[in-house]
Design a binder for this molecule. Structure first.
Ligand code: TYD
Length: 212
């Protein structure tokens, strides 16, 4: 059961180089124009709080055991939910997060091979609410494209962090886990074909009717 709170929670997901970050700010601006009475909170994972940003610096740089990595991702998420996401949703705000739990299933589960059962347990622990429901995004945009296309795009843009240094096989596994999750929950996911040009993708996002 998914929690129903007065606010609306949107996450953006995809493998590194899929282009999600290009569209997040424009999408937030669009929602503010369409819903001037609602506050829009922009945030990201790992991160979103002071502690979370410190954990992000470690997670994106320091080599560590796979389980440690997953635990730190979820520790940062717990803090993020408690300090930022839940209070904002309780007061009716729109929260837009650059990544959330689907990234843990895709990267730590699909990519690194950590058991999905373990990740489910962590999800229940960290996102579970007193009424037994799970805090989940209302809507998740999944920017999807082949790992090879994303790799070519990444190499043009910036110096790679720990995850971005992983090979094509890793990113293909991450992609497949994202797609598997999208297929399992089609009501929450909106699949974006990220091989298209930025303009075409934007037209797609702009034409979407979201019932807040
Ligand atoms: P990303 O969101 O792509 O930020 P930037 O655009 O600044 O590179 O980077 C975060 C990285 O963290 C990304 O490679 C995916 C990874 N990640 C996980 O492995 N698990 C998670 O649960 C989350 C939230 C992110």
């Amino acid at each position: 059961m998914t929690t129903l709170l007065p606010g609306y929670f949107i996450s953006f997901e995809g493998i590194d180089g899929a282009g999600k970050s290009t569209h997040i700010d424009s999408f937030a601006k669009l929602l503010k124009e369409r819903h001037p009475d609602r506050d829009v909170v922009m945030t990201r994972e790992p991160g979103g709080t002071q502690l979370g940003e410190q954990l992000r610096a470690l997670l994106l740089d320091a080599p560590m055991n796979i389980e440690t990595e997953a635990l730190l991702m979820f520790a940062a998420r717990r803090e993020h939910i408690a300090q930022v996401i839940e209070p904002a949703l309780m007061s009716g705000k729109i929260v837009i997060s650059d990544r959330f739990t689907d990234a843990s299933f895709a990267y730590q589960g699909g990519g690194r091979g950590l058991s999905l059962e373990r990740l489910n347990d962590l999800e229940c622990w960290v996102q579970g609410r007193p009424d037994g429901s799970l805090l989940q995004p209302n809507l998740t945009f999944l920017f999807d494209l082949p790992g090879s296309v994303a790799e070519a795009r990444r190499s043009r843009v910036r110096a790679p962090d720990k995850f971005e240094k992983m090979d094509l096989d890793f990113f293909e596994k991450v992609r497949q886990e994202y797609l598997r999750r999208a297929k399992a929950d089609p009501r929450r996911f909106y699949l974006v074909d990220a091989t298209r040009t930025t303009d075409v993708i934007w037209n797609d996002l702009e034409s979407l009717e979201i019932k807040l």
